[in-house]
Design a protein around this ligand. Structure first.
Ligand code: NAG
Ligand code: NAG
Length: 177
């Protein structure tokens, strides 16, 4: 768990961007989560295979992510098998609009594979094998993509939200920011 805490902390931490004047004024980025009300992820269909990792709503562990990715045949080593991503998502989301934006996110994140591998190796975190962090990385990367490309129908169109999104898109690291 300490590895995971480190990973989450690194993903949440702002990058150091003192040189860029546009990015020096960091808005309340945590509000981004409240700006885009993501739908409930229904993991029921993975209960039989991954139920042991899906207890008490604590879904964000390397094992739970990897278990679902493996069950859905979405991960081959460190590579995403992007053709299977939609099939993994369909039972989790009841809106086709969300399935599509997540699929787009996973496709985008697939292009970040080498950067993710490098980042995990630098932190001495496993990239393959039982409970590697690769599936978590793809999960968090796609979440971030969805926040940045939040469907209009659920985006809170407040100035604060728009600022937070602009900051996230222009000032944060494309992969981990
Ligand atoms: C989750 O999906 C299952 C079918 O896979 C369904 O029976 C259940 O009602 C869904 N739960 C919610 C809260 O939507
Ligand atoms: C997994 O990757 C290896 C090469 O790294 C490839 O030979 C194999 O066909 C891939 N399997 C699937 C199911 O895509």
């Amino acid at each position: 768990m300490s590895d995971l805490s480190t990973l989450l902390l690194l993903l949440i931490m702002p990058p150091f961007l003192a040189a860029d004047p546009d990015c020096s004024q960091r808005p309340d980025i945590t509000s981004l989560k409240n700006c885009c009300r993501l739908p409930y992820l229904n993991l029921t269909s993975y209960n039989s295979q991954c139920g042991q990792y899906l207890v008490n709503g604590a879904h964000i562990t390397p094992c739970s992510f990897e278990c679902i990715f493996t069950a859905a045949k979405v991960l081959n080593g460190t590579s995403l098998i992007t053709e299977n991503v939609e099939k993994m998502l369909l039972p989790m989301l009841d809106s086709q609009e969300f399935v599509q934006v997540y699929v787009d996110g996973f496709n985008y994140c697939s292009g970040q594979e080498q950067a993710m591998v490098k980042s995990l190796k630098r932190r001495r975190m496993p990239t393959v094998g039982k409970c590697s962090s690769m599936a978590v990385m793809y999960g968090l990367c796609s979440h971030r993509y969805v926040y940045r490309n939040c469907p209009d129908s659920i985006w809170s169109k407040t100035a604060g939200c728009n600022d937070a999104r602009e900051f996230s898109i222009h000032c944060e690291d494309k992969l981990t920011g």
